[in-house]
Design a protein around this ligand. Structure first.
Ligand code: BEZ
Length: 214
């Protein structure tokens, strides 16, 4: 059965552009982003990996470790990284898994045979420090991901994990958030000293708590 939200993210050992890694050891107590791309030496993937490298500070701030994957070989990854660094003006600073035996792709359901029999689609998983799958998104090969959206969802997940708030439609960092239904209205003042607005008994807004704890 394919992975679903709340499932434990499968652990694995894999060859990567930075040597052999054990996934859980790599993540440690951090949050994780594991994402697949269809193939090395392709244009959209080149921009995506460059963008990811350029966002290192943003991922670090959120205590997130990033790791990429395709079914290409280590030799291919190493050559392509040089191209990414050259064309995207970055230093690729995270490992690329060489999943040539498809072990990881299959464990994470990254091969969608009706899209491609052989290549991984653009899947992305956010994994919390307790190794649970918190976000799964899949894009087609021809559409590069929106990495600002990925950071936005990580911010939202961390606000929920650390502050018991949820984020409304189109929320951006700094805007008001929603108190989760599990918190009783009478308990809100003690927990949210910045105040709150009760629009309906089930819709209670509060200024975004800060900072996001890691
Ligand atoms: C790309 O990464 O550029 C790409 C890969 C497969 C199909 C279309 C584009």
């Amino acid at each position: 059965m394919s992975l679903r939200l709340g499932d434990t993210a499968p652990d694995f050992k894999a060859k990567t552009s930075m040597g052999e890694i054990s996934f859980y050891d790599y993540l440690g107590d951090s949050w994780g982003v594991l994402f697949s791309h269809p193939a090395d030496y392709t244009p959209v993937c080149t921009t995506e990996l460059g963008k990811t490298a350029s966002l290192k500070e943003e991922f670090d701030k959120r205590n997130v470790k990033v790791i990429a994957l395709s079914v290409d070989s280590i030799e291919s990854h190493k050559g392509w990284i040089n191209d990414i660094n050259e064309t995207q003006n970055v230093e690729v600073n995270f490992p690329l898994i060489a999943d040539d035996n498809r072990e990881v792709s299959e464990a994470y359901g990254m091969i969608h045979p009706n899209a491609s029999e052989t290549a991984t689609v653009r899947s992305l998983f956010v994994i919390s420090p307790d190794k649970k799958v918190k976000l799964m998104i899949t894009y087609p090969a021809s559409t590069g991901r929106n990495f600002q959206e990925i950071l936005r969802v990580i911010d939202s997940l961390q606000l929920t994990a650390y502050h018991s708030v949820a984020t409304p439609a189109d929320w951006k960092s700094g805007e008001d958030v929603v108190v989760v239904p599990a918190i009783k209205t009478e308990d809100i003042p003690a927990k949210f000293p910045k105040g709150f607005r009760e629009i309906k008994p089930y819709l209670r807004m509060t200024p975004q708590p800060d900072p996001i704890k890691n």
